[in-house]
Design a protein around this ligand. Structure first.
Ligand SMILES: *Cc1c(COP(=O)(O)O)cnc(C)c1O
Length: 424
């Protein structure tokens, strides 16, 4: 699809957008000089207006019921995670029992690694992508060390081929060559820095043919792209809910465990009482009996005040429909590409051009040497554009189909062109 990089065209797209009313259901940040152009949903999604009511209702139940809110709250706290599961199942393509909202991304990653990283014999290594999000790297390195293994020899970081991207066939050949030594593959659904989206089923296929366990970090995928986790055959996945899921800073995260493991309640894990079989949890007996499925990996009772916004956010996703959101997302990001085309001498798009190989984010390299890129980013901020900067030279921009307009994308292009002209 070709897009015309004009304001008229953007306004026409906005007027005919079947999802345009969803924008009114979000709090839209304002700066000193009016509304901001917010293109930072890859870092922190905007607040659904209903989140405030949802949190206040839980505060009211707590005020009025005290401990009785566990059973008699309007959304009883004991079963709270069960109310979040259907929306998460839909977004991740999981079966009943395969997902649970719990803890936070990095904690969930540790919990999954405790179960699924079991180095034995020759098969001791972990494969991740070079340039992985630091928290993910810290987590896997700490598990290697926990097992007494030297990360120098046991962490394989697959570099990009040629430019910045990692084609799936490079993952496949790495696993064909070294798979027998690899215990676990941890891969991003969408790479946070480049915006590259991976074919999860292909990654899983390659990992499983090589006999490796495979898990995904979906921080930048969930709520951004349609997912089919069950069918992919992945062993596990983890995510946070404050990026494209719009559940608020530090919101409760989530976790997927494929059903072929969910019934194996004797799998070793770092256990806590909330993962205990629910029927007998409150007998408070000393022995641990895991609940079946992903809920058996819960450790603590969930933070209700950080889970309430997720509940309303999941309802918005259901109402809008992931297919419609994705169709709009492909168009918005395509429009962003055409708005950037006239700037191609100064702005290189790092993210793949194929819509199937990216979500909504484009990562832009401002290649001008020195700190000019950073100053262009600062100039954008001063002009009311919110995006972010990854050292040394990447500007990340994400038009989010739930609340961004084509006009936002046009305004961004205008401000970027101005900043490039003004900052020398
Ligand atoms: C955002 C993000 C995280 C954040 O981890 P928290 O535990 O939620 O603080 C981790 N990994 C990746 C890839 C991310 O994009």
């Amino acid at each position: 699809m070709t897009h015309e990089p004009t304001l008229e065209y953007a306004r026409h797209c906005d007027e005919t957008d079947p999802l345009r009313a969803f924008r009114d259901r979000f709090a839209l940040p304002r700066g000193d000089r009016g509304p901001l152009v917010y293109l930072c949903g890859h870092s922190l999604g905007l607040q659904p207006l209903a989140a405030r009511t949802a949190v206040l209702e839980e505060l009211d139940d707590w005020a009025n019921l005290g401990v009785l809110g566990h059973e008699r709250g309007r959304r009883p706290w004991i079963h709270y995670h069960e109310q979040l599961a259907p929306g998460l199942e839909r977004l991740t393509g999981a079966r009943s029992g395969e997902v649970v909202a719990m803890s936070s991304l990095t904690v969930n990653l540790h919990l999954m690694l405790a179960t699924f990283y079991r180095p034995a014999g020759r098969r001791t290594k972990i494969l991740i992508e070079a340039g992985a999000f630091p928290s993910d790297r810290h987590a896997v390195v700490s598990h290697l060390q926990w097992h007494g293994l030297d990360p120098q020899d046991h962490l394989i970081e697959l570099p990009p081929s040629g430019g910045e991207l990692v084609p799936e066939d490079a993952i496949e050949s790495c696993l064909e060559r070294f798979g027998a030594e690899i215990a676990l593959v941890l891969w991003p659904g969408v790479q946070y820095r480049t915006g590259q989206a991976f074919d999860l089923a292909r990654v899983v296929g390659a990992a499983r043919r090589a006999g490796c366990v495979v898990g995904f970090d979906l921080a930048h995928s969930i709520g951004n792209m349609p997912l089919a986790l069950h069918d992919s055959g992945a062993d596990f996945a983890v995510w946070c809910s404050y990026k494209y899921l719009n559940a608020g800073p530090g919101a409760i995260g989530g976790c997927f465990v494929h059903e072929r493991h969910g019934q194996a309640t004797d799998l070793p894990r770092l256990a806590g009482w909330w993962g205990h079989e629910i029927a007998t949890r409150f007998r408070m007996e000393p022995g641990f009996r895991a609940a079946p499925g992903a809920p058996g990996w819960q450790v603590s009772n969930p933070p209700i005040l950080s889970a309430a916004p997720l509940l309303v956010s999941l309802a918005l996703f259901q109402e809008a429909g992931m297919q419609r959101l994705r169709a709009k997302s492909v168009a918005l990001t395509g429009f962003l590409e055409s708005v950037l085309a006239p700037l191609r001498d100064e702005v290189q798009i790092v993210t793949p051009a194929d819509p199937d190989a990216r979500g909504c984010q484009l990562s832009l390299r401002l290649s001008s040497g020195g700190d000019r890129g950073r100053r262009v980013f600062e100039r954008l901020g001063a002009s009311g554009v919110v995006c972010d900067w990854r050292e040394p030279d990447i500007l990340r921009v994400a038009p989010v189909p739930l609340y961004n307009r084509f006009e936002d994308v046009f305004r961004f292009g205008e401000q970027l062109a101005r900043a490039l002209k003004e900052v020398s």
